[in-house]
Design a protein around this ligand. Sequence first.
Ligand code: GLC
Length: 471
Amino acid sequence: MKKKAAVAFVSAEAAPFSQTGGLGDVVPALAEAFVNEGVSVTVFLPFYRKNAGLKTARLPISFCVDESITSEKTLFSALNRNGVEYIFVKSPGIFTDGEYGDCNGAYADNCCRFSLFCRSVAGYLIECGRSFDIIHCHDWQTGLLPALLKRHRFSAKTVFTIHNLAYQGEFDDNFIAYTGLRKDDFAVENHCSVNFMRAALKAADKITTVSPTYAREILESGNGCGMEDLLRSRGDCFCGILNGIDVSEWNPESDSFIPYSYSLSDFSGKSQNKAFFMEENGLKNPQRPLFVMISRLARQKGIEALYGENGAVERLLTQFDLNLAVIGTGDPETEQKIKDLSERYENFSGTVAFSSRLSHLAEAAGDFFLMPSLYEPCGLNQLYSLRYGTIPLVTATGGLADTVCTDTDLSVRTGIRIPGNSADDIVAAVADALRLYADGPAAVDAVRRNGMSRDFSWRASCIEYLNFYNS
Ligand code: GLC
């Protein structure tokens, strides 16, 4: 790619402006990594009501996208953060408080909301007179854009990244009029519902997902959420590129959320963080190993095996001498279960919240991190865990398989394998972890050190993206 290439990212989330999960971490971190490689990056985001306090500069462009969605004109405004330009798409009647929903579930008008988002960005790109080399769209909310740009014979190439194929943005085909596209932009064989993801997988020039193993898995029959044929038909235009992490934000040597900093050469601060976290969360007995879990409470994350009938969590709390701390939000039944367990077990602490401070602190405090995902496109928490010397227990799927070495040879081992998706499998893996813990500090520290020495910074992934753009 020539010097100072210009890339536009399009996403429904980017921290600190909006975030529900990993997507919100990845978009700004990858954008900043590109900037460090000499690429200029503009990120397009919806302007949600919670962004009202931001100081942005109004851009001299506005238009009404579609009266049938809203008679409100879309406005655009911009700010710069860490070398990245953010352009917000403003339509206050449409982009209300939450990204996709509230405590009553997904918003009923998500098809209209994200149609408006994609059509507004398309309108901006076509009208604004700026040139971009690549339009890089992230996840289903941006899925109409490659197809809209193709319809307008827009010159820039489009790339679409799948962060999670299970969420596709599928709506009744009565909504087609709102999308600005035609039926054949969505249709494959007999499906003719509006499906944002499918439109992107058909129209984007290139497709990526967030780890090589997930890329292979979703091509297998029965594993691609109905998209395996379409993905297979894209051949070499589809590949998996592993996510990195923001190694300056996630750095136990300088993390402002943790009271005791530590490093690969001296991790004595880790046990002090453990004591601090335990005290704050009402846990006793610091000799016990501390297991932590931070996740969306969703099926993908193994909540059935953990909290369902005869679930692993209760068995762990009663059968083993350990402490377990859980942080997360999501499925309301699971949230309730976590609150109940907190009342009943002195060795369990459950926090139903999405909190950066607590996540950083738990990563610094934990001995082990439990991540029994059914599938995992990449996963970020196992990477944060490795960096913080918190040994991850993971299933061998997607990005977990690509980033955690569960070989039992202590010279290479960075984690522990959960052999399957059942409660028994989770219990067996925890028993393995306890055996390692009982082997003593030398064994545990060797595994910690291996993990902490791995490099998961964005640079390598960023170069791979740039090569793929150019291939
Ligand atoms: C989604 C995936 C997760 C991935 C993240 C960022 O949240 O579930 O595995 O790490 O996107 O790409």
